[in-house]
Design a protein around this ligand. Sequence first.
Ligand code: FEO
Ligand code: CA
Ligand code: CA
Length: 561
Amino acid sequence: MYDRRKFISFLGKAGLGAATLPPFLTSCGSTTTPSETFQNVGDEALRKLKDLVLENMVASDKDDLLLVSGLDYHTVIRWGEQISDNDTFGFNNDFTCFIPLDENDPTDGLLWVNHEYVNPLFVSGFDQSKYENPREHRTVEQVDKEMYAVGGSIVRVRQENGKWAVVKNDPHNRRITGQTPITLNWDSPIEGKTTVMGTNSNCSGGITPWNTFLTCEENYDGFFGETVYDENNNASKKPSWYGWEAFYNYPPEHYGWVVEIDPKDGTAQKHVALGRFAHECCTVYELEDKRVVAYTGDDRNDEHLYKFISSKPGSLKEGTLYVADTDNGKWLSLDWESQPVLKEKFKDQTEVLIRVREAAKLLGATELNRPEDIEIDPITGNVLVSLTNNKGKGDFHGSILKVEETNGAFDALTFKASTYLAGGEENGFSCPDNLAFDLSGNLWITSDMSGSSMNKEDGPYMPFKNNSLFVVPRYGKDEGKVIRVASAPRDAELTGPWFSPDGKTLFLSVQHPGEQTVDKANPTSKWPFDADGIPKPAVVAITGDLIEKMNQLRQIEAMES
Ligand code: FEO
Ligand code: CA
Ligand code: CA
């Protein structure tokens, strides 16, 4: 297990950007590395930090992005805006990730943004509420518009006079869509193809140690359906919600993967070795010998937590996929060759990876309450996993799971699992989703109560009102408390928290404001309050004195040690 102080002092000795931590952990992101190289804030400022009591925002159902005092926001980009003369920003932005173009300049770089799914009412004008059998009334023009609005965007953004703005027509700016050809990083074709069409359901993601983006296909069955198997192993097709398969004959097996995007030219590949399921995210750690460990969870009721360990440096193909038995603290190998129970059921490793949910269950993997985001605690090395909820099992408010790998080794095959933080009224939050650590190692959490269950009288979510952003301070008077610092517009979810390399900006997505709208002329949200009155998903940049203070909070411990 990691000794916390040893870990910190190791980081201290290593300094920023060095040794076993991959550069992304030290330079930017949702897991920033606490720095030992703080400038001393001085005795007076330190006293103020020690006395600091944070404002805990009262839950609100107001249709606005509300922030506690000490934080400000400005909108960086919203759905429909031109990123170049040829392309526009997609819908329902989730994961956001910033990579500086020059590592010495934290104010200029490339922002990757996931576009998870679309609301047809706004994107293609298809109003399914009008029809008894909506699928019969779809047109290819509508489906094309929807396919264009999912996937992801690469946009160059620059900070000038304290505000981030898109550099329109920068040569890096491009869209990855539901129709972009993407190669499979695998030796065998899948459903006869080695290159597949497009990506969809791009929920959260990650970054690789070699500075490429990972975007994860989550609820892929909503777009092209799913192949399901009965007890006799007979296959049948389950239709999708969007009905795209009626227009494009793309097999379900081409979706449900972790997708890697090269920021330089937008080339993309799907990593079959990481398995096929509703990937929320993919969190990659580089070992000393440059092999990588990738954590990824399956966000569906009673599904599982996975970890891939590569056998070669920098590979997301050569290696072994494991699934977690959290009851016994074991990573179970999904290797067809060495698991007789898998050999009996599946014809080869490719089939195991395509039907990995079934394979995991055969091995006795633990059913979890919808694993969402995964982040590595930069101070302890613990792996935190949001388990958002599982209403079928009576878990309405979720929790955060802590995985402590044996001896702190990310390639260990045993671990200890425990609950780190429970959702519910006592702790003031429900349904944890995305996680991020700031420069002091404070934990930031976003919540994802569904639009259909929020703010319902007598419902379990009523006390929490709108989805929110929280911070759990690591030091000081509020140590360990869950403090609400932002409240989302109506029906929206705050997603993709990502710190700029200097820790001073928190990029955040505002996803699906007004999602419950049935009449476009009367939307349930009007955020961001454009003249057309239409709600729009957007990425905002949050800055302010409070973020600076949170980044300095570790001084309290540094001074005392
Ligand atoms: Fe798209 Fe699991 O949230
Ligand atoms: Ca999510
Ligand atoms: Ca979610």
